[in-house]
Design a protein around this ligand. Structure first.
Ligand SMILES: Cc1cc2nc3c(=O)[nH]c(=O)nc-3n(C[C@H](O)[C@H](O)[C@H](O)COP(=O)(O)OP(=O)(O)OC[C@H]3O[C@@H](n4cnc5c(N)ncnc54)[C@H](O)[C@@H]3O)c2cc1C
Ligand code: FES
Ligand code: FES
Length: 490
């Protein structure tokens, strides 16, 4: 057992044994290292002002991703390379081509958001030197600029893509091999790390087996994967957590297995990695991930965290339930597997015993020839939490009758929940407009949603019914006999 984490900050090797379990990377950078180029705006992962890159060695080499330093906890950095905006310009002060493009294209007015934009664009350039407009916009989803406007910033990104600057200018490309060697050296002999400050502990297990053991001994510990939920408990609710067990580095939780009937996704797989696999396999689910947070949140947040937190408005559970996903929980004494829908018992209560953690989820592919769709309804397209999220998984027989259907919604009840009454009403019926319009009322038996600041109960009910209509129209093939629903119909 050791009592310090090790990582690289820009060019410097860091050994850190003096930090609290809830200390953020942003506070460390700004307050302790005076690296004040990284800004604090919202402190909740929404504005991107605090964007830094975090590099880690993966199966495919050294991979850098933009993350939100404001909600990234220090304990999650062992064995990584943290890169801040101060690292970009040359020693002679010459700007990095990404910075120069922001100057050339007038991409900055007040400048507060600018370092975050530079880092987001830099991360994009490293991953994809010649992005198209859509990729640029996607890379900027997690960055908020209130005064320049996005067009000059997008133009800056396009300039970099057009000019294809030599990688020789770039510190990360230039130093890639030696950074990798230094990171390998840190990870060479994994040991469980415990850092204690003011009586509170940050624990970094050496392996999955160690994690299971630690959780058996410390069943009330807070598990932190991507910290895109837990980070906000710290920065917004000022919660003191002790002990905190960090699991985002455990490669055993980051596996994706692509099998004949579906995919097994490890609990520690980030949204970004899951998206790559799902876009090929279950495109509707892959595309949904583009609507979750910005790139920084998708690089950090995990599929396991989105399930484990038991939120009624998490975006992954409804489609996973509609697909018939099965969840595997693990503890030091073994594993158990259950249909994902059984995991959610009541608001804030899940079927997870003390000492258990989410290990993986099996996601079956929709049936051959089946139809699957997921719809997220939120006030903004990007960077917004769902008012409701509905998923439909339909299998028709040769006579165009409903042979199997699973419908699940988030935002409609205290947990993500199946629409079993609607499903029963549809089963065996011809897939036609008269069937679909006749079952709308069954939604009221399945769901009695709440009114909150995202949507009223009436809005949610009507939108859920209309999503079934939309799914029908998208899957029926032939133009439907449409009835316009007036408010009194609802
Ligand atoms: C700016 C922003 C935008 C967001 N947008 C969306 C959105 O559009 N849709 C959406 O659904 N969510 C959204 N979220 C919420 C968040 O990204 C997800 O809930 C995320 O999936 C949580 O995963 P994590 O790894 O970050 O979890 P963490 O914050 O690390 O943990 C969350 C909870 O799960 C527990 N936990 C994590 N992993 C495990 C495990 N393997 N076993 C047991 N317990 C575990 C933790 O103890 C904690 O209780 C957003 C968050 C932010 C900050
Ligand atoms: S300060 Fe706004 S995302 Fe971190
Ligand atoms: S330049 Fe002022 S917020 Fe973007």
């Amino acid at each position: 057992m050791t009592s310090a984490i090790r990582f690289i900050l820009n060019g410097e090797d860091i050994v850190l044994g003096d930090f609290g379990p809830t200390e953020t990377l942003l506070d460390y950078l700004r307050l302790k290292r005076r690296l004040t180029g990284t800004k604090e705006g919202c402190a909740e992962g929404d504005c991107g002002a605090c964007t830094v890159l975090v590099g880690r060695v993966t199966g495919t080499g050294l991979c850098y991703e933009g993350v939100n330093a404001c909600i990234r906890l220090l304990g999650s950095l062992h064995g990584t390379h943290v890169v801040t905006v101060e690292h970009l310009a040359g020693k002679d002060g010459r700007l990095h081509p990404v910075q120069q493009a922001m100057v050339d294209c007038h991409g900055s007015q007040c400048g507060f958001c600018t370092p975050g934009f530079v880092m987001a664009l830099y991360g994009l350039w490293l991953a994809n030197p010649t992005p198209g407009r859509q990729q640029i916009e996607s890379a900027l989803q997690g960055n908020l600029c209130r005064c320049t406007g996005y067009e000059p910033i997008v133009k800056a990104a396009e300039q970099v893509a057009r000019e294809r600057p030599s990688a020789l200018f770039d510190p990360l490309e230039r130093d890639r091999t030696q950074i990798m060697a230094r990171l390998w050296a840190i990870r060479a002999e994994p040991q469980t790390i415990t850092v204690e400050k003011d009586g509170a502990r940050a624990i970094v297990p050496a392996s999955l087996a160690d994690f299971a053991e630690i959780l058996a001994q410390e069943p009330t510990a807070t598990v932190v994967a991507g910290a895109t939920d837990v980070g906000l408990w710290v920065t917004k609710q000022m919660r003191l957590l002790d002990p905190v067990v960090f699991i985002n580095h455990l490669t055993e939780l980051q596996e994706i297995e692509i099998g004949e009937t579906g995919l097994v996704i490890g609990a520690g797989v980030s949204y970004a990695r899951a998206q790559q696999a799902l876009v090929d396999d279950i495109p509707a689910l892959g595309q949904l991930i583009d609507r979750i947070g910005g790139g920084q949140v998708r690089a950090m947040g995990t599929i396991g965290g989105n399930i484990a937190n038991g939120s009624p408005i998490g975006d992954m559970p409804p489609p996973l339930i509609a697909l018939g996903a099965r969840l595997t929980l693990r503890s030091h004494s073994g594993r158990r597997t259950m249909p994902l829908e059984n995991y959610f018992l009541a608001y804030g209560r899940q079927d997870r015993l003390p000492g258990e953690f989410v290990e993986k989820v099996f996601v079956p592919r929709p049936a051959e020839g089946g139809q699957f769709a997921v719809y997220k309804i939120s006030k903004r397209r990007d960077e917004d939490i769902s008012a409701l999220c509905g998923a439909f998984n339909l299998d028709l027989d040769a006579d165009n009758r409903v042979a199997a259907i699973r419908i699940a919604f988030g935002g409609m009840a205290a947990t993500p929940k199946r629409a079993t009454h609607v499903e029963e009403a549809l089963l065996g019926q011809p897939w036609q407009w008269s069937t679909v319009s006749a079952v709308r009322d069954a939604f009221d038996e399945d769901y009695q949603p709440l009114t909150d600041w995202r949507a009223t109960a009436d809005y949610r009910s009507l939108a859920a019914k209309n999503l079934l209509t939309r799914f029908f129209l998208e899957t029926a093939g032939a133009p439907a006999q449409l009835h316009r629903f007036e408010p009194e119909d609802a």
